[in-house]
Design a protein around this ligand. Structure first.
Ligand code: SF4
Ligand code: SF4
Length: 497
């Protein structure tokens, strides 16, 4: 595989690298053009006086978010976070230490919004907002996948993801946006999904899936679209319609609904679970993208909203939908609003409503990658830790052999896949490959010791990221799969009510 960088060598976890000053200073995503900025309400490019706009925007964000202010004021430089970021572990660049990343913004905050920074800037490491500082922000705040792992180890709970979101919000406000995220958000505003896939093309895709499943199983499993009066509106990442292995997950959801006799539908108006506005830290766009889902649910008259396998979408749904687009008093109160597809499948398995035959996954030795946003920013099943046990219970019900990776690399302390937070773009492939190192090290151990040959995940970004980076670490790209792809292989259709 041709690459202009070296894939890090796998060693035993943990490997804390020597500091390599400036090792990733060259890493920057493509800048959004005016056509990608303006539909989101941002200036098209940097204009004279942008420094004042940036400082004012930063002040607004700090005054709106007590959490952000506490994060900026309370770091004691204890160093507990320094070796916890996968991008530091994979690159050795000291600016990828979470505390150093925070300081890029904290130094500007101090200069303009603290007494000491205003009067004795050099003493407290305060800096003016300059183009040089902005360029550093653009590079290193796009080397944070907003995974929140560092916050687990910080004695004050300082969340670098929030700092990174604030920095990106400020950059958008002055006209320096990231092409990948902003172009995608624009497509959702205009068409309803990240892919820019119009309704007729979506219908064609779903028809094709119905034919494929009929051919494979002999059963008429439906993939309904815009069906009024369905019980469930399924909101799933648009990658589920096309990408591998995501599509196997969508087939799995359809088979679960079919086997359980639950009527469901997708929506052309809200054909996307992903909400990249989270990554750019912009509340207005976050709300606008989410609003389509409420509109679709009301228009279709559904009783439940179920979210497919997408990590950050589940965070937005679980943590923010209620205040962004609630209340959900028009939905059936007997079900959580919203509900995760894993909660649906798990509950059906628990009460014996699905028949699962493990031989459908014969030969698979499976491990599970906990996705960051699910692990550290949401729950499932209404119980602490349900987000960890529920997907594993489903996998165990579908396969003969399941093995977990090392405990410090899963659950609440899971490592990011390396491509989250708006970094899943080819202009950042070096960062993505290097940032995947800790996960790849943990994976290699269970491959060597237990013969693991299938890495399951419940996040569309993780699946795409692993498809890309697994070959760099000498694993087949199809080693990554959907949890509901395993369900799809194991489920016996048409035998239970
Ligand atoms: S949030 Fe994740 S990617 Fe960002 S600094 Fe912390 S550990 Fe690194
Ligand atoms: S662990 Fe928390 S307090 Fe310590 S250096 Fe990191 S961010 Fe600062």
């Amino acid at each position: 595989m041709a690459a202009a960088f070296e894939t890090p060598a796998l060693g035993e976890y943990p490997v804390i690298p020597l500091v390599r000053e400036g090792a990733m200073a060259h890493s920057k995503p493509f800048v959004a053009k005016a056509e990608h900025q303006k539909p989101l309400g941002f200036p098209g490019e940097l204009a004279p006086g942008w420094e004042k706009v940036a400082v004012t925007k930063l002040g607004e964000l700090v005054s709106q978010s007590r959490a952000l202010q506490v994060f900026l004021d309370s770091c004691v430089k204890c160093g507990a976070c320094t070796d916890k970021c996968h991008y530091y572990l994979g690159t050795g660049d000291p600016k990828n230490m979470p505390v150093a990343r925070q300081d890029l913004l904290r130094s500007v905050y101090r200069r303009y919004y603290t007494f000491a920074g205003k009067h004795f800037p050099k003493l407290v490491g305060a800096r003016d907002m300059t183009k040089e500082v902005l360029d550093d922000w653009y590079s290193y705040f796009h080397q944070c996948s907003q995974c929140r792992r560092c916050s687990v180890f910080c004695p004050y709970g300082i969340d670098t993801a929030e700092v990174s979101m604030a920095a990106r919000d400020v950059m958008d406000a002055v006209g320096l946006g990231q092409k990948y995220s902003n172009e995608i958000i624009g497509k959702v505003h205009k068409i309803g999904n990240n892919l820019g896939l119009p309704g007729p093309a979506l219908r064609d895709t779903l028809d094709g899936l119905e034919e494929d499943v009929k051919e494979a199983t002999g059963v008429d499993v439906r993939f309904p679209l815009d069906e009024k009066g369905a019980e469930v509106l399924l909101i799933t990442p648009s990658a589920d319609f096309f990408a591998e292995p995501h599509i196997d997950g969508l087939i799995g959801y359809a088979k679960v609904f079919h086997a359980a006799g639950i009527s469901w539908t997708l929506s052309t108006h809200a054909s996307e679970a992903a909400n990249f506005s989270l990554f750019i830290g912009n509340h207005d766009n976050l709300q606008k993208v989410a609003e389509r889902i409420r509109e679709a649910a009301l228009e279709l008259g559904v009783k439940r909203i179920v979210v497919g396998e997408c990590g950050h979408a589940w965070r937005v749904a679980y943590s923010f939908w209620n205040t962004l687009i609630g209340p959900f008093d028009f939905l059936d109160p007997r079900y959580p609003a919203p509900q995760h597809i894993c909660e649906v499948t798990h509950e059906l398995i628990q009460r014996g409503a699905l028949t699962l035959d493990k031989s459908g996954n014969a030969g698979k030795v499976v491990t599970f990658h906990d996705s960051c946003n699910v692990s550290r920013a949401s729950r499932m099943g209404g119980v602490p830790g349900g987000q960890f046990t529920i997907p594993r219970d489903i996998i165990r019900a579908c396969v003969e052999k399941f093995v977990d990776m090392a405990p410090e690399t899963i659950g609440e302390t899971t490592f990011c896949c390396g491509g989250g937070g708006g970094l899943l773009t080819d202009d950042l492939v070096e960062l993505r490959v290097k940032g995947a190192l800790p996960r790849m090290q943990a994976l290699q151990t269970v491959v060597d010791e237990h013969g693991v040959n299938y890495l399951a995940a419940i996040c569309a970004i993780c699946k795409s990221q692993f498809t890309k980076v697994l070959p760099y670490y000498k694993h087949p790209m199809d080693m990554i799969g959907s949890v509901h792809g395993l369900v799809s292989n194991a489920i016996v259709l048409g035998t239970k009510q």
